[in-house]
Ligand binder design. Structure first.
Ligand code: PEP
Ligand code: MG
Length: 892
């Protein structure tokens, strides 16, 4: 019999983190904290399995659930000395969602459940504060009315606002007990009017209503969007946590707060958190009041005038930091903790692994490994390679003088420039038009996630470092500044005002999420560098990985960037990309369009010095590291002249009339250029081109070897080979030129000739091809195109539909299709090695920078991966993680 309910509290628990899949993150960690002896308000968790059952069976509950909940309530009564509806000591509970993956603010919560016309009086007596009890009751009716009964929140707010306007009050605290009683009556009337039934007085009925609403909220549109964005399966389900209420809003000795055991923005090892005196938990996260610092150190650094918890309640503070330390050591990761102090008594409400910026993640991982809390391998595994992308993006140039408009809290680092927008819809529209935007809000709510995604950065007037905007932005890696108190936002008019300056929708601003500064206009940015903990982690990754990481480059500047990012050579130099320059492209067109070998030789002679110069520079920058140069592989349609002007220009150079040239171009036009006259086919038709390129490579190798004093051994790669005979034909040309250049220069030139494997036939005939090829490099762009029979140029028009309909789970041009393309790669490796056991194997398609594909390459036993320069650090880390996983699997 499955068990549906697990209790916790008072030094014990039925569950723990080992049952996370059933209890959800929150429930599992509450149980774990109870087991550790921390003061957790007692409660119980209804499992995620009940949620799955709920949706699979027309929103009904499994047999036995009601009995188990009843028993859990009995146990909860014993643990608290309170029971539902009791006129002396009523049990009040919070009902919260809790999925396996954290989905902050996406699902529903009901607090103060158990209050009714009778128990509210008991609460008033117990708290010695009638207004507090009545305020709690009206909050409950409002929350329950909204979440469970579907009565719009604004209707409740209107009632409250009417009373405040009538009496001329500004804050809720000015209302008298009698006025709260009137409001409660009004709220109850409102519920009856809207739902046709009185507000439920029976706590058990209230409880089942709340349980149903929380399970129901798993499928609300916010939660569905969030899951889609974060790749969380909708089948996972949420648990429901029912926990005795503790009140942070009972008096001035009560408080509620959140804390991170380390700084989630920078990773620095200092307790980092905020609290509010006399408040309920949601008040901190909602960011409606600006909170106080927990430690004195952070109060001083934020220059806050409000006292810290350390100063205000020193004993509770010491107890709290003790638990923080204990939890971090127990979970061996930064913890994000929620707590409440009820009349001086500390209660721990939640702990979970803290969301952090990539920069913080890196520092925390490295420092925890240095502290001996985790191993270096674990440190490497803690960092998602794709997240490095954030660090590899620009920040504001430190040398530039900043004209700072205003400064807020630095909630998520990185700088962003964009036009001001005031709603998520505007941000979405801007993105669709290719315009970069900054989303400016008073505060953000979970409804804003799509706008936050669409914008380059987020700026809010309210909220602290743990407000919704801050937490979500850090998770997304979006620059974010919050809590700019001086900012007056008028979204309806489309303007914002700060210190007397007004900016309008569409005006450009720059925000710096690392300092909290907001600047008008565009501020120059600087490229990132790998230093500090990033560099350390990369060193550890380099020590852990087996595969080499090369780069795909053709320009000296990209080659230098790649070297700085740690590239260990060039895996692909696409020589056709060296010709996109206007002056050169004419010479290339001349070369392609020439009608006789003589004319083509003339054109080649013009290009030779340029190519030689290019290659020499690349060899020099790579300073002895391997450099793999691919012979020309231009899809012809990318190079043919178009339009009157281009045709006229090329015709003049070629000594043809425009009409004659147009005819020649028409002759070369292809129906399927991707499957046409490209790759080695070009070298077969026009051997003069291969000859020129080989000469440029060898002469450059001689130049670079002389200038650097380091031998250069070029790898020459022949593209789009389907049969060994093609390779042999081109290889013979290369060999002839090598001999000639050696003779002319008097230098010995070592080199290798290999091929790309990018056609299924090449993969199948790999044993044969390896007789001639000294290396294989998998061109997975073309291999994917030709294996699926999906044109690279046309895929965008229908592949998204395939993904949407679930026919393909990933875009095979982004992440290797392990079953089909992957099988061809494995076949090629196995057959290639049969002929040439030590054959060098690499990958240079776009997949070489994709972490999942890199893991595939590790498993397949490739020698190296090659990717674009900005992905080199990602590939280094991904290769390390893949090697660690592989070692673990084979128990090495
Ligand atoms: C490939 O096909 O994977 C490849 C690297 O070559 P290109 O993208 O230049 O066709
Ligand atoms: Mg290719």
């Amino acid at each position: 019999m499955p068990r549906w309910v697990f209790s916790f509290g008072a030094g014990g628990a039925d569950g723990g983190t080992h049952l996370k899949h059933l209890l959800g993150g929150k429930g599992a960690n509450l149980a774990e904290m109870a087991l550790l002896g921390l003061p957790v308000p007692p409660g119980f968790t209804i499992t995620t399995e009940v949620c799955r059952h709920f949706y699979a069976n027309g929103k009904t509950y499994p047999d036995g659930l009601r009995d188990e909940v009843e028993q859990a309530l009995v146990q909860l009564s014993q643990r608290t000395g309170r029971s539902f509806g009791d006129a002396q000591h009523p049990l009040l509970v919070a009902v919260r969602s809790g999925a396996l993956a954290s989905m902050p603010g996406m699902m529903d919560t009901v607090l103060n459940l158990g209050l009714n016309d009778v128990t509210v009086e008991a609460l008033a007596r117990e708290a010695g504060d009638e207004r507090f009890a009545l305020d709690s009751y009206r909050r409950f009716i409002q929350m329950y009315g909204d979440v469970v009964l579907g009565v719009g929140v604004h209707l409740f707010e209107d009632v409250l606002d009417d009373v405040k306007d009538r009496e001329g009050y500004f804050a809720d605290t000015e209302l008298s007990a009698a006025e709260w009683r009137d409001i409660i009556d009004e709220f109850k009337r409102l519920v009856e009017q809207e739902t046709g039934a009185p507000f439920p007085q029976d706590p058990v009925e209230q409880l089942w209503g709340a349980i149903c609403a929380v399970f129901g909220s798993w499928m609300n549109s916010r939660a569905v969007t969030f899951r889609k964005l974060h790749g969380i399966p909708s089948t996972a389900g949420t648990a429901v946590n029912i926990q005795a209420m503790v009140f942070g809003n009972m008096d001035e000795r009560s408080a509620t707060g959140v804390a991170f055991t380390r700084n989630p923005s920078t990773g620095e090892k200092t307790l980092y958190g905020e609290f509010l005196v006399n408040a309920q938990g949601e008040d901190v996260v909602a960011g409606l009041r600006t909170p106080q610092d927990i430690t004195e150190a952070s109060r001083v650094s934020t220059r806050s005038e409000r006292p810290s918890l350390e100063l205000l309640m020193p004993e509770t503070y010491r107890e709290f930091i003790g638990y923080c330390d204990q939890l971090e050591r127990h979970f061996r990761d930064i913890q994000d903790i929620e707590f409440t102090i009820e009349r001086g008594k500390l209660w721990m409400l939640q702990t979970r692994s803290g969301k952090r910026t990539t920069e913080a993640a890196m520092r925390i991982a490295v420092e925890m490994a240095n502290e001996g809390l985790i191993s270096r391998d674990e440190a490497i595994e803690r960092i998602d390679p794709s997240s490095l992308d954030q660090l590899l993006h620009p920040t504001i140039d430190a040398d530039v003088e900043r004209d700072v408009l205003v400064t807020g809290l630095p909630a998520s680092p990185g700088a962003a420039i964009g036009e001001i927008v005031f709603t998520s819809e505007e941000a979405e529209r801007a993105r669709q038009r290719g315009i970069k935007s900054i989303l400016v809000r008073i505060e953000t709510s979970p409804e804003d996630i799509h706008g936050m995604h669409a914008a380059e950065g987020i700026l809010t007037a309210r909220g602290g470092m743990t407000s919704h905007a801050a937490v979500v932005a850090r998770g997304m890696g979006k620059p974010c500044v919050v809590g700019v108190g001086a900012l007056k936002v008028d979204g309806a008019v489309g303007s914002l005002t700060v210190h007397g300056r007004t900016l309008h929708r569409g005006d450009v601003i720059t925000i710096d999420g690392g300092t909290g500064q907001v600047m008008v206009g565009r501020v120059p940015m600087r490229q990132p560098a790998l230093s500090g903990t990033f560099a350390t982690l990369m060193e550890w990754a380099d020590a852990a990985r087996r595969m080499k990481v090369r780069t795909n480059v053709e320009t000296p500047s990209d080659a230098r960037v790649a070297r700085e990012f740690g590239a260990e050579g060039i895996g692909l130099c696409r020589t056709e990309h060296m010709f996109f320059d206007h002056q050169r492209i004419t010479a290339v067109r001349e070369m392609i369009l020439a009608e006789t070998p003589e004319r083509r030789r003339d054109a080649c002679a013009k290009i030779l010095p340029m190519q030689r110069q290019d290659f020499a520079e690349l060899f020099e920058i790579m300073h002895g590291l391997p450099v793999c140069i691919r012979l020309l592989d231009p899809p012809l349609h990318e190079f043919l002249p178009r339009g009157e002007q281009e045709i006229g220009e090329v015709a003049r150079v070629l000594g043809l009339t425009p009409e004659a040239l147009r005819r020649r171009v028409e002759n070369l036009e292809e129906f399927n250029p991707m499957l046409g006259h490209r790759g080695c086919r070009l070298a077969v038709s026009f051997p003069e081109i291969a000859e020129m390129q080989a000469r440029a490579i060898f002469e450059a190798a001689v130049i670079a070897a002389r200038s650097t004093g380091v031998p250069v051994m070029p790898e020459i790669m022949v593209p789009l080979v389907a049969a060994r005979a093609e390779l042999d034909y081109v290889k013979a040309i290369i060999a002839r030129v090598a001999t000639a250049v050696a003779k002319e220069s008097g230098e010995h030139i070592g080199y290798q000739v290999g091929t790309m494997i990018e056609l299924p036939r090449a993969a199948l005939k790999a044993a044969d091809i390896a007789e001639s090829a000294e290396f294989f490099s998998f061109g997975t762009n073309d291999l994917t195109q030709t294996t699926f029979g999906i044109s690279r140029d046309d895929a965008a028009s229908f592949l998204p539909t395939y993904l949407q309909k679930g026919i393909l789970s990933r875009d095979p041009f982004v992440s290797i299709d392990p079953d089909g393309v992957g099988e061809l790669i494995k076949i090629a490796i196995e057959r290639g090695r049969r002929t040439r056991p030590d054959i060098k194997l690499g990958i240079c398609g776009e997949h070489g920078g994709d972490p999942d594909s890199i893991a595939f390459c590790e498993g397949a036993g490739l020698t190296y991966v090659s990717c674009s320069p900005f992905r080199v650090p990602i590939a280094r880390l991904a290769a390390a993680r893949a090697a660690i996983a592989e070692r673990r699997e084979f128990g090495v």
